[in-house]
Design a protein around this ligand. Sequence first.
Ligand code: FUC
Length: 783
Amino acid sequence: MINRLIVCAGVLLPTFLTAAELQFTGFAEPPAEPLSLWYRRPAKEWVEALPVGNGRLGAMVFGGVNQERLQLNDDTLWAGGPYDPVNPEAKAALPEARRLILEGKYQEADRLIGSKIMAKPLTQMPYQTVGDLLLTVPEIARIENYQRELNLDTAVAGVSYSSQGVKFTREVFASPVDQVIVVHLTADKPGQIAFSAAMKTPQQATFAIEAGDTLVMTGGNGGSAGIKGALRFQARAKVMAKGGKISTTGNVISVAGADSATVLIAAATSYRSFKDVSGDPQATTARQIAAAAGKSHQKLLNTHVTEHQRLFRRVALDLGATSEMKSPTNERIENFAKGNDPQFATLYFQYARYLLISSSRPGTQPAGLQGIWNDSLNPPWGGKYTININTEMNYWPAEACNLSECVEPLIGMVKDLSETGARTAASMYGARGWVTHHNTDLWRATAPIDGPSWGMWPMGGAWLCQHLWDHYEFSGDKHYLAEAYPVMKGAALFFLDTLAEEPKHKWLVTVPSLSPENQHPFGSAVCAGPTMDSQILRDLFTSCIRASEILKVDADLRQQLVATSARLAPNQIGQGGQLQEWLEDWDAKAGEQQHRHISHLYGLFPSSQINVFDTPALAAASRTSLNTRGDITTGWAIAWRINCWARLHDGERTLSIIRHLFSPSRTYPNMFDAHPPFQIDGNFGGASGITEMLLQSRALSAGNAKAPFEIELLPALPRAWPAGSVKGLRARGGFEIDLEWKEGQLAGATILSTAGSPVRLRYGSTTKDFSVSKGKTIRWDGH
Ligand code: FUC
């Protein structure tokens, strides 16, 4: 009997079977909640473990039987301390760098930028792990019906199995309300819970036990690239048991013979802001643990679930379901491309919403390259904020997927950057306003890093400002706009002071800059006026113009922005029919024809300044560029292409690219996106792409009082999703949309106005204008 079941498991789970696991028997059923990730084996690799988080604190849950590993993160534990990396030689060297570029001497310019303009140090500070909490369970010989799951609807990770007639369960969640991670262990027979708890870390730290039941790890962060560590941190784990006995040996706490047990975990650093590290992690963690310990496990769970569902349940998606949804998640990833599993796309979409809720909440740091989940002191690319695409992509689904609050940490970071970036604008460029280049970190460093081909790009802040404007367009909240406008205006002022006239057409261009991170044919990436920069500036100036009108301020500046906008380099179509990536038609001669970045397609997505209705020739040129670039690339770059093809209304091509993303080479067993390595942007970009297939919204040209916004329904629905529904998506202009479709056609849409703006609805070639007051709904069937 047992052998037969083992063979059965072996067939289904070839990737996880090892000799040590031959003791797993039985066959767990899928969880009742369809929005769950689940597995029949514990995680071995980190990318098999399941993430929980409350925006600030994160844990990766491995679900081991003889040892549970919780790998812990605090989103303010980074290396280093407050610093300003601007190169003091940069300002004097910039005029020469500009001159060399405008004369076409790119390699000379590159060398000068490399030696005099790049930041010191040349790299920023990495995001780091707190360490692990390990719960070691006495050896269990035989495991039946093992199951490990992450319920996206409750934000609880669970493990369950039976051994020798006892059923064990483990539950882990990170409460945004109580600011602790809670681990709850139970058995269905009394006196069965036994384990030893210990902590470990690669950080410099000491360990102690307080009050006989609390592990305390106290440490300081390390330095990096010559910047000294300035943070102190503490992690605490309080062990509580019902029945049984708690004892300690060295720095280990053991529980024996208990009916159930709860472990409360808190972590904090002394970070208060990018310029203040005077916090008291000892007081914070002690207070959080004491407060949580005064509540029952059930109470902690209930408030956690209620707060999670307040955000998570705003959107419901149904793309159809097949029997494939009954398989464990790792098998669904293996089979997606060749099977028919539309519910997996729903799961991927909702997982991204779960990940954003869990990694970016009001008051926390924004989600970085790995969200908040990282087990290393030196993760890939420092686990930082790469703002030439990756951080922006993290927030692409936020507004449309009804998670506006989750954008708050990003807005907070942009405000910080407007402060540090003002220093960089003044001391590096002698300019007003503020600037950031292609990366930033916890300390809000803004000078160009890594090397001229990556860092010499002054547009990071300007692109991020688009998220500030989006936050207004989706909400219509003028009070918020009044706060955001000075930051947007500061970004614009920098360019008014630094744009240069290029000699050929007299257009105003950024210089030095580059088209992220693509080398042009002349031995460098540095250049003047790459297409993306002009597109971003057109959006930045337009949003500043609109905001100043709405707020009735800065009439003179507005005129200047209108005049400068008109002199920006236009989008151009090259000899090959492609959208030109640069000022000159260099595309066909650029070294990497299939480069992962598609920066010049910023205009198509996330911007809508190129679209199939108003600029059909540019949309066609974008299609040519996309075809040259190809579909198969890194995780995030696949996700960008998905959004672009949805904007081009090609549902079949969009789904075919989704199949590349939802495959084992780009989706790890825990559904984290694989660049590879793990980078969370692909998760968010993928969810945004699914949204764009169902709904797109854009502002129409200013002054269209009858319909300042257009919402397009089902613009890129593939044949494989013939029937379905979505509830709760949001659109620009302040709308919340439910829609249903059958046999590939719109069945009906309900549009709630939350800002009282008129709107044009579009389905296929049919459009209809509506005026609707705030709080009222429109029902439309597309005719
Ligand atoms: C950009 C990309 C890389 C990677 C890094 C974090 O530099 O070009 O592919 O995603 O960011």
